[in-house]
Design a protein around this ligand. Structure first.
Ligand code: F0G
Length: 475
């Protein structure tokens, strides 16, 4: 595989671990796959685990824990209040982030809920490079408006910029000036999940901090994949090469007032998360809500054993051997798909590989739900599950600060951590090759049922001839 940017390719990065426990998987027959997909209403979220061969739906909570993490489970102190496990967890999070106040939650969106209820009031704006969909929905539920400030090149799959996850600083300045008094917070999502998991540079983060400070606006980090971001900074930012990843991560945190984290990603656990902030008042507000929604502040929706496993996982997630392999694995999949002729976001980022579905199916319009076409095709051809979504973002015109709407679609093959090997990835690449071969004859999909919020999790579809799909129609 390629050796661009002077990185060692994955061919030279064998797994820095070996298997101690295994979980069987099987490839169902083509007839079974067709039946299961039809039963699932062509929505990959309705497929069942036992019917999937390689599951790249998400990298969230799907990783494998280490022996040290399994051993740590046994140390769990399940005391309701004042658990020892909380003390271990608090020390770890303080050490990694530098924030004084640590509030455990069961997963990222619970943290978003606590923070947004404290920060956002109706009419407020939350500025970000790009908010994840649950985060944006939490802002909207408070009557606020999420505004995403990516640079336009971020949407270009082929643009070689190493930090496509960055804030566009002109847009940020324009938004802060134009909407002065309404901006509740600036949020940096690292890596930037919806923007093809592209990283944010340290320089960009420093400028964001500086601008936000000038306007008196607090900065928070959505830290779900903070370790992958810090690692990519050490690989791509010349003045950061060779710097310990934990130091880079710590500097990112020092440029914000707090963070929330879905620890199901870089925390290397199957469930868990936290809010960590420097402001005692905000921490108190979060803790009061925590008791209502999650649990007492020394366990917050988790068992003591979860806190122990997470304390180990957060440190393992910063190890350079692990991160080198992880990002090289993403790169291997990226290179394999690109070499097969699929347009993927370049350069690859953290959690997975993002496919340009419009390029894959030029005969389908956005109304035809081509994201559903690719997820269905990939499952039918090889039992591989991926995800796709369409999002309506609000951004700003950098010249005027005026708000502008834009649609954007995103189809992702996310890699679970420490789960699949190279032969699995070769199977995915081979399957995608078949998808590409048959792409010209692929159907459109019509939405036949849908809920009010976060529709892509729950909608059902049926195949229809190209040109007759209808993204929003529901009988
Ligand atoms: N922030 C980011 C950047 C995320 O990617 C996610 C989840 C969350 C917050 C919410 O965290 O799931 O623990 O409640 N992303 C998953 C994904 C679901 O597949 O990308 P959660």
């Amino acid at each position: 595989m390629s050796d661009r940017r002077g990185q060692v390719s994955w061919e030279h990065v064998p797994e820095p671990y070996r298997a101690k426990v295994i979980e069987s998987i099987r490839l169902p027959s083509k007839a079974e796959r067709e039946a299961r997909l039809r039963e699932a209403g062509y929505n990959p979220f309705y497929l069942k685990s036992q019917d999937i061969y390689v599951d790249l739906l998400t990298d969230s909570g799907t990783g494998a824990m280490s022996d040290a993490q399994w051993a740590a489970l046994m140390l769990g102190d399940e005391t309701y209040a004042g658990s020892r496990s909380y003390d271990v967890f608090e020390r770890t999070v303080r050490d990694i982030t530098g924030y004084e106040h640590v509030v455990p939650v069961h997963q990222g969106r619970a943290g978003e809920h606590l923070v947004m209820e404290s920060l956002v009031k109706p009419g407020d704006i939350v500025l970000s490079n790009t908010l994840f969909d649950t985060t944006r929905t939490h802002v909207e539920q408070r009557g606020g408006l999420p505004v995403d400030l990516l640079a336009d090149i971020a949407w270009d799959y082929d643009h070689p910029h190493p930090f496509k996850g960055n804030f566009d600083l002109d847009k940020l300045r324009a938004a802060l000036e134009h909407h002065r008094g309404r901006v509740a917070a600036v949020v940096a999502t690292v890596v930037n999940n919806l923007a093809y998991a592209s990283p944010v540079s340290l320089d960009n983060m420093r400028s964001v901090r500086e601008l936000a400070r000038r306007f008196g606006v607090p900065v928070y980090i959505d830290a779900a994949r903070f370790a992958e971001n810090a690692w990519l900074v050490t690989q791509r930012q010349d003045d950061q090469r060779g710097r310990p990843v934990a130091d880079v991560a710590r500097e990112f945190f020092s440029l914000a007032d707090g963070c929330w984290m879905s620890a199901k990603k870089d925390g290397l656990v199957n469930i868990g998360g936290f809010v960590a902030v420097s402001d005692e008042h905000l921490a108190d507000e979060c803790r009061q809500r925590l008791v209502l929604y999650e649990g007492f502040p020394t366990y917050g929706g988790l068992a003591g054993r979860d806190l122990q496993a997470l304390s180990v996982g957060l440190r393992e997630g910063l190890e350079s051997d692990y991160l080198r392999h992880r990002t090289a694995q993403v790169e291997y999949l990226h290179d394999g798909l690109r070499d097969a002729g699929v347009t993927v976001c370049t350069p690859p980022g953290g959690s997975g590989v993002y496919v340009d579905v419009a390029a894959l199916y030029p005969h389908l319009s956005p109304e035809d739900n081509p994201g559903i076409t690719v997820t269905a095709d990939l499952y039918l051809q090889g039992g591989v599950r991926m995800s796709a979504g369409v999002f309506e973002l609000t951004t700003v015109n950098p010249a005027t600060g005026n708000l502008v709407k834009r649609d954007f679609s995103c189809a992702r093959l996310a890699l679970p951590r420490r789960v699949y090997g190279r032969a699995h990835l070769d199977h995915v690449i081979g399957t995608m090759r078949k998808v590409l071969d048959g792409a010209g004859g692929a159907p459109a999909y019509k939405r036949v049922s849908s809920p009010r919020v976060l529709a892509h999790f729950f909608a059902r579809y049926e195949p229809v001839p190209p040109g007759t799909g209808s993204r929003h129609s529901v009988p």
